[in-house]
Design a protein around this ligand. Sequence first.
Ligand code: TYD
Ligand code: MG
Length: 464
Amino acid sequence: MKQKTIFFCTDCGNEAPKWSGQCAACGAWNTVVEQPSYTKPKSGSSAGRSMGGSRSGGSARAPGNRPGELRSLDTSAEMRFSTGFCELDRVLGGGAVLGSLVLVGGAPGIGKSTLLLQICGLVGNSKVLYVSGEESERQIKMRAERLGVQGGGVFVLAETEINEILSSASELSPDILIIDSIQTLYNPDLTTSPGSVGQVKDCTMSLLRLSKDKGVTVFLVGHVNKEGAIAGPKVLEHMVDCVLYFEGERSMNYRILRAAKNRYGSTNEIGVFEMLDTGLHEVMNPSEMLLSGRPEMTPGTCVTCVIEGTRPILAEIQALVTPSSANMPRRNSNGIEYNRAMMLLAVLQQRGGLRVGGCDAYINVIGGLSLDDPGADLATVLALASAYKDKPLRGDAAVFGEVGLTGELRQVSQVNQRLTEIARLGFKSCIMPGRQKNKLQTPDGLKLVHVNNINEAIKAAILE
Ligand code: TYD
Ligand code: MG
């Protein structure tokens, strides 16, 4: 019988019956690859192809499975547990959910394996199975010793064959299963190689069944491609409950954990870690870390307070504005969305009266943070204005406020929380929008400077 083939986009997982240079679904070029379609399941396996072969059988739905009424379902039992890292718990929405499937993505060497191995040592009474397709058991042990992970209740397995993993998991019945990484797993019933779209999909589906049927919490490591998305099909992201990205500059020590998808919590929260030679350590007060090493009395830097999830965080925004030698001035923005940054430059030109239109402008948020809180607008504008005028801002002031198209300043949410954080970090004054002056609880020792538009803000903030 002629082997059937199918075409997959390696970026989005779209399936097509014939090859094309550009994926019809996501528009990416040269990503469509040919793959043999699924071979028939081995005889004797009634479980079907998505069950990951014969040995995973038995996890099929019980015959008496009936719909249950929502209000009569029992949720009184503990549904979440702590991973031992408060920062990770916060990103997950208050701890890991029993029976959930969590995908952790990130660039090579960012610390995914380290994070998950440290969890093994922190979860206490739970039984953990750590499956690695990348390291041998002894290498894992060496790393665990270095990280100070005690081995009680932690089982390691160097294996890449999904059926072996599933049978080990059902023998051991762990509370937590860690797979490092999903791209190394394969199902021998499929003819394609590990890491291919079909294999990744199939192995994830088998693990999904395991987690939902047995209530095992599964953490999957996923490699990312050069665009920064999790390699393999987008369908992977649809299958799992939670997608976390571990980000950061490898040359710097801090790492930021961010949820791109979370069925059981908000995706606004971030977790901050520091990578030391003893592994990852939580950073409970990221503001201190982000402001350390801040230049004093230098043009082009401004401190703002943004709300990330439920937490106020102080961030430093830097700008550089130079006369442009090109016809089209160069604009670059890291950490502030590009279109937002361009809008703020235009407002500064038109309403603030600064001739930044013909200048190259560079904006950077320190620490690799990306800010989508509009409260960071004022700090961006002031950093740009200070860079343009080549005059420093008042060093004892932090600012926040949204900037409108007419140059007016608008109030932002959670003002009292921001003020408390600004005062806690030792700032003496805060430049903020003028409306809603009442209702404020001003912390002791913090002077509030209310301004109504960017011109007033520039006057109040920049030392002439
Ligand atoms: P790792 O967890 O192996 O990264 P990933 O699994 O995401 O590829 O982390 C490896 C990097 O972390 C490596 O560059 C060395 C560094 N590291 C430390 O700085 N301290 C440590 O204690 C450990 C274990 C790793
Ligand atoms: Mg690794």
